[in-house]
Design a protein around this ligand. Structure first.
Ligand SMILES: CCCCCCCCCCCCCCCCCC(=O)NCCO
Length: 572
C-alpha cells in the first residue's frame, strides 16, 4: 500500500517536472527567435550608423574626433562644426569602440534627424543655442528613451519600446544634447559584469578576457575606448563607480533626489530606501562637472517632478578654496582590498594633503552588517521578482551563481547558514541576508535608518566634509567572477545605503610591484579572498580608481575633491 502510494507520487512528480521542462523548452525556443530578430535589428542599426558616418568627409571627421569635450562644445557653439557632423563622427567612433568591446545595444537613428533639425534652427541669426547644443551623448540601455527598448538584459522585455522619454532625456534634448547610442548592461542590472542574452557580453577595452564592470559596463567600455565623450549611467550598488574604476574613466552617482525617477524602471521596481540613481560618466572630471553644472543650473527638473527638491548647482561650493577635512580608509573591515587598491587610496590621500586638506583615519561602523542590510533591502522580496523574471527568460551564464543563490529557498539558506559559518564565516553571514518575512524587512529598514543617523552623527562629530576610500577590492575581473564575488561591493553599496553622493576617479595603474605585493601580502584566507587574489593576477597596466563620497546634496564637494585628485595625478 505504502509502496503504491510512493510510486504514484513519484510518477506524478515526474509528470509535473516533465510538463514544466517541456513548457520551459518551448518558451526558450520562442525567446531564441526573439533574440535572433533583435540581433538582426541591431546589425541593421550598426549598418545605418556606418552609412551615415561614411557621408562625412574624412578630414572633417578626424578634426572633430580629435576635439576634447570643451573644444567640441565650443566648436558646436561657434558654428565651426555642425551638429550632423558631430553625430556622424561619434557614430564612427562608437562603431570602432563597439567592434572592440561589444558595448553598443542600438544606435539611435533619430540622432541624424535631431542633428539636422538643430542645424536648421541655427541658421536663424536670432537663434540662441542651448548649452549642450549638438553634443552627442551615450545612454545606458535602461535610461528611458522614447521609441527604444529598456530591456535590462531580459529577452522578454524586447519589442516594448518606451513611450515617453524619462525626465533626464527630455532635459538633455531640450538642452541640445543628442542621444546617439544605447549601451549594454548585465541581465537584471544587479551585477558588476556586463552580459545578457539579448546583446551579449561587453569586454574591457584593454583586456577582452575581463569585464568593463557593470552594470553601466557598456558606458565605461565605450567611453574608455573613445566611442563616447559623455554618457549617462545608473548606480544602485556601484554600477557607475565600479565600471569607471575598472576602465580608467570617471563618474559620479549623485544622491537619490537630485534627479527625477519618473518612468525609470530599475532592477527591482518598488524598492524603497536603496535607490538607483542616474549619473554622468566621462573621460575626465571636468566633463562631469560641466554636465551637472548645466542640468542643475535651474529648477527645471523640479518643475517636471515635484518630488525632486529645488537644489541647483552650487558654484561657490565647487570653486571654494577652503581646506577640507576628509576621513579616509583602506579597509572597511569586511573585505580587505588587494594591495593595489589600497595603494591608490594612499596616493590620493597624499595628493589631497599636498593640496592642503586634512586627512584623518576613518572607520565606517558595522560594515559586515551594512552589506547584509544592503542585500536584503536591494533584493526587497528575497529575489522573488528577479527569480520569476529570470525563469521566464534565457538566463545569462555569467549570472548563474547569483541566480542559483536567489533560487535556494530562504528557509534552506537559513538552515545551512550556521553550518557554513563554521568554515566560511563571511558567506555564512550573508546567507542570512535575504528576508524571510515582511517583519524582518521592516526591521531592516528601521536599521538602515538608524545607521544613516549613526553615520550623520559621526560625520558631524568629527567635522568631516568627505570620505576617501577604495571603489572596490580588485582590478577589473574576468567576466564570470563578479557574480561569485558580489561581496566585493561593500565599498560602493554603503554609499547607496546612506544615499551619499559618491564618485570614482582614476589614480593609478597596476604595476609589477603591486603583483608582487599581492603574492607576498594578500592572504587568501577564505574562498572570496582566494578568488580576489587569483583573478587579480595578470592585471599589470589596468587602471585603478578611488572613491570620494559626501553626504546628500554635497555633490559639488565630491566633484571638487575628485578634480583635485585628478589634477594631482595627471598634472592638468
Ligand atoms: C549568500 C546568499 C546571498 C544571496 C543573495 C545573492 C544575490 C546578491 C545580489 C546583490 C548583488 C549586488 C551587486 C551590485 C552590483 C551593482 C548593481 C548596480 O548598481 N546596478 C544599477 C542598477 O541601476
Amino acid at each position: 500500500m505504502i509502496f503504491t502510494l510512493f510510486a504514484t507520487s513519484l510518477v506524478f512528480f515526474a509528470l509535473y517536472l516533465y510538463t514544466w521542462w517541456a513548457k520551459r523548452e518551448k518558451r526558450q525556443v520562442e525567446l531564441r527567435k526573439i533574440v535572433d530578430r533583435k540581433r538582426a535589428d541591431r546589425a541593421e542599426s550598426v549598418k545605418f550608423a556606418r552609412e551615415s558616418a561614411q557621408k562625412l568627409n574624412l578630414d572633417t571627421r578626424n578634426k572633430i574626433a580629435a576635439l576634447e569635450y570643451s573644444k567640441l562644445k565650443e566648436a558646436l557653439q561657434n558654428g565651426s562644426i555642425s551638429c550632423i557632423d558631430a553625430v556622424r563622427t561619434y557614430y564612427h567612433k562608437a562603431i570602432l569602440a563597439n567592434e572592440k568591446t561589444n558595448s553598443v545595444c542600438m544606435f539611435v537613428k533619430e540622432a541624424e534627424r535631431w542633428a539636422l533639425e538643430w542645424d536648421e534652427k541655427a541658421k536663424d541669426p536670432d537663434f540662441k543655442k542651448p548649452p549642450l547644443f549638438g553634443l552627442p551623448m551615450s545612454l545606458k540601455e535602461c535610461v528611458p528613451l522614447e521609441g527604444y527598448d529598456q530591456t535590462r538584459g531580459f529577452v522578454q522585455d524586447t519589442y516594448r519600446p518606451t513611450k515617453v522619454d524619462g525626465v533626464l532625456v527630455q532635459q538633455l534634448k531640450k538642452l541640445g544634447a543628442i542621444p546617439y547610442v544605447q549601451t549594454n548592461v548585465p541581465q537584471s542590472l544587479l551585477s558588476y559584469n556586463c552580459s545578457n542574452p539579448v546583446y551579449g557580453k561587453t569586454t574591457h577595452p584593454m583586456d577582452s578576457t575581463r569585464t568593463s564592470g557593470g552594470s553601466s559596463g557598456g558606458e565605461s567600455a565605450l567611453i574608455s575606448a573613445d566611442g563616447s565623450i559623455l554618457g549617462i549611467g545608473g548606480d544602485v550598488g556601484g554600477s557607475i563607480r565600479i565600471p569607471c574604476a575598472y576602465t580608467g574613466t570617471t563618474g559620479i552617482k549623485p544622491s537619490h533626489l537630485r534627479f527625477s525617477h519618473r518612468g525609470v524602471c530599475g532592477s527591482v521596481p518598488g524598492r524603497p530606501l536603496i535607490n538607483s540613481n542616474d549619473g554622468p560618466m566621462a573621460q575626465n572630471v571636468d566633463t562631469t562637472v560641466d554636465f551637472l553644472r548645466t542640468v542643475w543650473a535651474d529648477t527645471w527638473i523640479t518643475e517636471q517632478d515635484p518630488y525632486v527638491p529645488p537644489v541647483t548647482w552650487n558654484e561657490d561650493v565647487y570653486s571654494s578654496t577652503k581646506k577640507l577635512k576628509i576621513g579616509y580608509y583602506i579597509d572597511d573591515g569586511w573585505f580587505t582590498p588587494t594591495p593595489v587598491c589600497q595603494r591608490a587610496v594612499m596616493e590620493a590621500k597624499q595628493i589631497l594633503e599636498d593640496a592642503g586638506h586634512t586627512l584623518v583615519p576613518f572607520k565606517p561602523p558595522k560594515v559586515p552588517e551594512v552589506i547584509r542590510m544592503f542585500i536584503r533591502a536591494v533584493c526587497v522580496d528575497a529575489g522573488k521578482y528577479l527569480s520569476r523574471k529570470l525563469m521566464n527568460d534565457i538566463i545569462d551564464p555569467l549570472l548563474y551563481t547569483q541566480v542559483v543563490l536567489w533560487m535556494v529557498p530562504v528557509p534552506v539558506q537559513r538552515f545551512f547558514a550556521n553550518i557554513i559559518k563554521t568554515f566560511f564565516p563571511r558567506f555564512g553571514s550573508l546567507m542570512t541576508s535575504l528576508t524571510l518575512s515582511t517583519e524582518e524587512l521592516r526591521c531592516t529598514y528601521a536599521d538602515i535608518e538608524a545607521y544613516r543617523s549613526e553615520m550623520s552623527n559621526l560625520i558631524i562629530e568629527k567635522n568631516l566634509d568627505a570620505l576617501l576610500c577604495p571603489v572596490t577590492v580588485t582590478p577589473a575581473l574576468p567576466h564570470v567572477v563578479p557574480s561569485k564575488l558580489f561581496a566585493g561591493t561593500s565599498y560602493t553599496a554603503i554609499f547607496n545605503l546612506l544615499d551619499y553622493a559618491a564618485g570614482s576617479v582614476n589614480v593609478t595603474y597596476v604595476t609589477k610591484k603591486d603583483e608582487q605585493d599581492l603574492e607576498d601580502n594578500y592572504e587568501p584566507s577564505d574562498p572570496w579572498y582566494a578568488l580576489a587574489k587569483q583573478h587579480s593576477r595578470g592585471t599589470v597596466g589596468l587602471p585603478i580608481g578611488v572613491q570620494v563620497a559626501t553626504p546628500p546634496y554635497r555633490e559639488e564637494t565630491c566633484l571638487r575633491l575628485m578634480r583635485e585628485i585628478e589634477r594631482g595625478v595627471t598634472g592638468k
